[in-house]
Design a protein around this ligand. Sequence first.
Ligand code: ARG
Length: 559
Amino acid sequence: MDYKAYISEKLKIEGTDKSEIYSSLALPPASDMGDYALPCFKFAKILRKSPQTIAEELKNSFVNDEVISEVSAVNGYLNFKVNKQKLADEVLSTVLKAGDSYGSSNNGAGKTVCIDYSSVNIAKPFHIGHLSTTVIGGALYKIFKFSGYNVVGINHLGDYGTQFGKLISAYKRWGDKKDVEKRGIHAINELYVRFNEEATEDMEAEAREYFRKIESGDKDANELFEWFKKLTLDYVKGIYDKLNVRFDSYAGERFYTDKMQPVVDELKQKGLLKESDGAKIVDLEPYGMPPCLILRSDGASLYATRDLAAAIYRKNTYDFYKCLYVVAYQQNLHFKQVFKVLELMGKPWAKDLVHVAYGMVSLEDGAMSTRKGKVVWLEDVIEKCVQKAYSVINDKNPALENKEEIAKTVGLGAVVFGALYNNKIKDITFSYDKVLSFEGETSVYVQYTCARANSVLLKSGNAFAEVKNYAPCEQEAEVIKSLAAFPEEVTEAGEKYEPSIIARYAVDLAQKFNKFYIDCKILTAEGDAKNFRLALTKATLQTLKNALSLLGIGVPEKM
Ligand code: ARG
């Protein structure tokens, strides 16, 4: 039941419509104050009364019923307590009936969201820096799908530029076909690094020539390029499978080769293109930004040119409601410029483009150095986390079956959750011990809570009768309230592009459940209490599973 809708339906405030009342209803800071609170301060001006008077008048005119058990007016707030018994009945039957779809909605029906994320660069290592874009984008993908949107995941591959000329040149010089076939991206990355270390003027010139050959359709150069691209994609797809993320399109920068000229023409026709030292730019000085470079003096296009073409292509192809770019905050200026240029071109949908910026991830031991050749590959981070998860599990429960499988789910979960738990804009330091702790704010803690719930249910034979009108104790009521909040948390996470809301929710629910688990006996309780507690356990397990699955994290049955 949507209690906020229920309450706002029953409140009449002159000059304020229901939807405004709805969105003003909030959770009070302390739960003893009530379950919902309406701050009356903003109505004071229209009604010409003090907030406290308004709250009191609203309280007096509110007709109590069995859904709301208490209304109070305190310091300009109107507080509501919902009937705990009703709430419990309602929540448990809703969660258990909905199962895997609890928390889903049709909020996004008929709307398409494009999400540009992960967007890897061909022949470059996939390092811990790519973790955030991949898992934040992957989680947003699932959250929007769950909320009823049509979602298009786009991997805007970095497959355009002079570096591919260098790569071909390096391969021709030192490459060994067998080695590249065997070691894939690692081998080509080494060739690329070596080229940069040893490059002379002549080699640079040769690389430019190879790049020109790719561009002009030379067969040999293009075959090599496509091969390197395939090796990179084979490699990253292995990682995507592990992290549970998927893409509907791999249209990268090169895809826009023939779609940039029309953009340049349109800019020219709209009087936006200016000459500057032989280059073509869009002047953004009036908006306090450096110019957006469209064509270099040699006629070559730029990263921004391809992003302009890509945005227009996406609008024409998908008619998106929003187009998100999950890219590090280092590219803030780039996206501000691109969005501004589209606005100046008169695209009304420029306002629907969103740069979902996130902070840096570094490894605890400082190993994430971008210096040549000294990168930590993401696959190694994952591997190490899975190994450590194995030893943590083995210490805790040596007799466990399937330890290897479980360690995979736990280790991968820890990598993903570690990158998602904090507000996305924060810089974070990744620590293996921290993300694998059973006690901290971790996926391991949440997964362990699930295993605990699962074991209770197994011992009970997974059988319990439906209970009505049971009066929950405080610990039970806290779990109920948290379960009831899940659908709203999902909506908020989507609206704010913030998967950490769901990660934090999962930890909070797990903590409340564990408090209940420790304070209240479940299996040795009797009658209604036992049935109610088992239902609560099952509903919690279901909700935690749903929350983790939105983040791309699985739940082992035992741990
Ligand atoms: N490949 C780029 C990089 O690694 C990210 C691309 C982001 N997407 C975009 N449409 N510009 O920096």
